[in-house]
Write a protein that binds this ligand. Structure first.
Ligand SMILES: Cc1cc2nc3c(=O)[nH]c(=O)nc-3n(C[C@H](O)[C@H](O)[C@H](O)COP(=O)(O)OP(=O)(O)OC[C@H]3O[C@@H](n4cnc5c(N)ncnc54)[C@H](O)[C@@H]3O)c2cc1C
Length: 405
């Protein structure tokens, strides 16, 4: 009997239910297919990400992971390169800058900024093209262990049984709760996010991300090759606002708050905000210091469900792609699902938690008190000069995962 059970548990994983159709979901599905596992993606929303606002930057490590899965073109077909970061104080004083990709990487890749909707849609379409079924309107509510697999139970009453279930269901992951009902909740980072697109005159070369540590808030702009300014801002917000409170902020109130906040700075932020027709409704920032259990014997987490870094890191999407690649490799090389999951977590946990911690520290620099502000504006030029010389973050960007290895 025991050896019979062992045969079952050691049977190679053949099928997977992937929960979530964001970044991690479709990429994991495509990576698993490469490992010989048939994956189906289930997304809670009734439609794709068409029209989802805002934008994100895929760092070089994320692009290199995409390249291993022949997905790099998808990112390169949208948005534009952002080869340099420049930092400026609220008084307009340059604080320093450095390239977005370490010089040691000789493959010509650099950070790429693209609209979130373009990324999600391109990944979904490519997954479909590669034969991955993607089902919408499927919100996971429960999971039941079967003799040799797991059944996903959806809010519409439908069910789907597979050998494994991969939770790519983001920050508020239901899969995380199902794996560990005592799992911690996301940690609130006291910053509101917003952003927009407009035409305005801005300093800096096209593609350069110019970031301002304003007196009361953080602002970043970049100019795309068509002359459109893409911008985002982080506004300190000590008390976490509820979804209802966020939704109740009218566009006029939000615009006024931003204009008033940036009025004290000697930067283009205020003028850019004023020139923007449609400013994104604010949304809260969260991160995850550590999720104790990323898996059980049949379920495993990838992407934000396992380890959300605050957006300050610029790494969320890239880490999600890295996860997909490592998980698929682990399942390719190790027939026992639990052992494969352990191997995957062993390769990922330290790296992602270090990046989350680093982003938390950077977020704090965006909201110092009056004395902290003075210290920050003195310290940052030294930090950036050191960073430019020593390649302080290179360990994040040069990380390499080879499918063939
Ligand atoms: C303001 C902001 C700016 C950011 N900027 C950057 C950046 O510049 N660079 C970067 O790399 N990252 C950035 N990120 C982070 C990045 O967006 C995320 O890390 C990335 O999207 C994670 O991908 P994911 O697939 O894990 O989660 P998501 O993209 O959130 O996808 C999760 C999916 O799961 C679905 N889902 C949720 N629950 C269920 C359920 N129960 N059943 C079925 N489906 C479900 C959701 O609808 C969603 O489609 C930013 C994030 C924010 C908020």
């Amino acid at each position: 009997m025991y050896s019979y059970l062992m045969t079952i548990t050691n049977a190679k994983v053949r099928t997977a239910a992937i929960i979530g159709g964001g970044v991690a979901g479709p990429v994991t599905a495509m990576a698993l297919r490469r490992a010989g596992i048939e994956a189906t993606v289930f997304e809670a929303y009734a439609h794709g990400a068409e029209g989802v606002g805002s934008f994100l930057t895929v760092a070089v490590n994320g692009q290199r992971a995409l390249r291993e899965l022949d997905l790099l073109d998808l990112v390169q077909q949208h948005g534009f390169d952002c080869p340099r970061f420049e930092f400026v104080s609220g008084k307009g004083k340059p604080l320093g800058g450095f390239p977005a990709a370490p010089e040691s990487l000789k493959d010509g890749l650099t950070s790429r900024t693209l609209r979130r909707t373009d990324l999600y849609t391109a990944l979904r379409d490519e997954a479909l093209h590669r034969g991955v079924p993607v089902e919408y309107g499927k919100r996971l509510v429960n999971a039941e262990r079967t003799r040799d697999g797991v059944t996903a139970v959806f809010a519409d009453g439908s069910r789907f049984t597979a050998d494994i279930l991969v939770g790519a269901d983001g920050l508020l992951s239901r899969t995380r709760e199902l794996i560990d009902p005592a799992a911690p909740k996301p940690r609130y980072v006291p910053l509101l996010n917003t952003g927009g697109f407009t035409r305005a005159s801005v300093p800096g070369d096209p593609g350069t991300m110019v970031m301002y540590f304003g007196r009361d808030a953080f602002f970043c702009h970049m100019l795309d090759p068509q002359g459109v300014v893409w911008w985002f801002a982080n506004i300190p917000q000590v008390r976490e606002l509820t979804p209802a409170e966020l939704a109740a902020i009218t566009p006029e109130q939000w615009r006024k708050r931003l204009v008033d906040t940036f009025a004290v700075d000697e930067t283009p932020a205020q003028a850019i905000v004023e020139a923007t027709e449609q400013i994104a409704q604010p949304w809260n920032t969260y991160d995850f210091p550590s999720v104790p259990n990323w898996h059980n014997d049949r379920m495993v987490l990838v992407g934000d469900a396992a380890h959300a870094a605050s957006p300050t890191s610029g790494q969320g999407a890239s880490l999600a792609v890295e996860d997909a690649l490592v998980l698929a490799k682990s399942l390719r090389d190790e027939p026992n699902a639990t052992a494969a999951f352990s191997a995957y977590v062993g390769q990922r946990r330290d790296r992602v938690e270090r990046i989350v911690a680093q982003a938390k520290k950077l977020s704090s620099d965006k909201m110092p008190g009056p004395i902290g502000r003075i210290i920050r504006d003195i310290a940052l030029p030294i930090v950036f000069a050191k960073r430019a010389k020593s390649g302080g973050d290179d360990w994040v960007l040069t990380h390499e995962i080879r499918w063939a290895a």
